[in-house]
Design a protein around this ligand. Structure first.
Ligand code: AMP
Length: 370
């Protein structure tokens, strides 16, 4: 089976690494001119002339990046199976569509408004009460295309800074923690769920994910599973879907956004779960049985961003697993991650601190249950 992947970054790289034991081959279609997968066959298609060559090579298509023209995915769907479908991409790449779907399925979100003008942004900030977060409806990720308004009077500056014709404006959530739930749906509709992870972001970029959580109420996890199952079933989804949520002081969950792909907050599963998110995505799209999603041990994923630190020192930590993406160092660039495993959360936190101290640009780790 030759699997075509739209996008050629580290997520594609890790999909390929998971697929080689299954005798999968991989062909990537890169439209950016800067592929970094460093593995498999990469077709660079900046002039949009190589789609046919890509399709000739592949049996089915998936992707690792959802900010793609929906028309491109629809065109591919005419000739090859695409999982998840173009409909999932259409919804997930647009925050307004995503919010409408959450509303329709009764999945709670922060209070929000859609605005198309700086004056409307100001009015929305007044109505919702500051602080609010303004986000471009499309093309935003890792905190890009966003601004926090502390006062409605900042609306015109924020509008100019984001520079996008349509924004979603959200009430700022005073959350206790950010969490994510990752689930996988097979071609036959079978669904499996990973344990929920707690995620620490700094400046909109994920730095740490830890799973499973030591203090998670089983009822809360079931609610999150119910939300993501509703999304999977509604979209007739095949593959891995990620739902990011805020957890409030009363335990309740508010959906932030979803990603129709393997996700940074699931990288812990490579070493920490019986079957990784990458292998399970590949199993799902090929119609194979889904693998066990349970955690082997408490696991923390530490992102390596900007500068790498000394791999030898990192690997000297017991049960540390370093995943480097073979990229050059640049401020803010995701270069790799470290998965740390320990039998207890207490021991795990000690390892996370030791690992963070070895990474030049790592912020101090902080978890809600410490
Ligand atoms: P997003 O791109 O929507 O995931 O936002 C990036 C990060 O900004 C989130 O992970 C949060 O840390 C923060 N953030 C986004 N929306 C809100 C909100 N409504 N209230 C509080 N923090 C937010």
């Amino acid at each position: 089976m030759n699997i075509g992947i739209l996008g050629a970054g580290q997520l594609g790289r890790m999909l390929a690494l998971a697929g080689y034991p299954l005798a999968n081959r991989f062909t990537f279609l890169d439209t950016t001119g800067h592929p970094s997968a460093g593995i498999g066959d990469v077709i660079i298609d900046t002039d949009r002339k190589h789609l046919e060559a890509f399709l000739d090579k592949v049996d089915l298509v998936t992707y690792e990046f959802e900010h793609l023209p929906v028309s491109l995915v629809q065109a591919i769907e005419e000739v090859r199976p695409v999982y998840p479908s173009s409909e999932a991409i259409r919804v997930c790449q647009n925050r307004a569509e995503e919010k409408a779907l959450f509303d329709r399925l009764g999945i709670p979100t922060p209070a929000y408004r859609l605005v198309e003008h700086a004056d409307e942004l100001e009015a929305a900030a007044r109505e919702l009460g500051c602080p609010v977060v303004a986000k471009s409806v499309t093309e935003g990720y890792d905190g890009k295309g966003q601004a926090v308004l502390k006062d409605p009077g900042e609306a015109h500056d924020a509008w100019r800074a984001i520079n996008h014709p349509r924004l979603v404006v959200e009430a700022f959530v005073d959350f206790v923690r950010e969490v994510s739930i990752i689930a996988v749906r097979g071609r036959d509709g079978e669904v499996v769920f990973y344990p929920m992870a707690e995620n620490q972001h700094v400046d909109g970029i994920l730095r740490y994910s830890i799973a499973p959580l030591p203090d998670l109420d089983e009822g809360v996890e079931q609610i999150a599973d119910g939300y993501i199952r509703a999304l999977l079933d509604e979209l007739d989804y095949v593959g891995v879907l990620t739902l990011e949520l805020f957890q409030c002081a009363d335990g309740s969950l508010l959906a932030n956004e979803m990603a129709p792909r393997v996700h940074n907050s699931g990288h812990w599963s490579i070493d920490g779960a019986v079957t990784s998110q990458f292998e399970n995505h590949l199993r799902a799209i090929q119609g194979l049985p889904l693998g066990d999603t349970s955690a082997r041990m408490p696991t923390c994923m530490v992102n390596v961003i900007g500068r790498e630190g000394d791999p030898a020192q990192i690997l000297a930590i017991e049960d540390a697993h370093l995943h480097r993406y073979d990229k050059s160092e640049r401020a803010g660039r995701k270069l790799g991650h470290v998965n740390l495993l320990a039998p207890t959360h207490g021991e795990l936190l000690g390892k996370v601190r030791a690992c963070a101290a070895l990474l030049p640009d790592a912020p101090a780790p902080r978890f809600s249950f410490e």
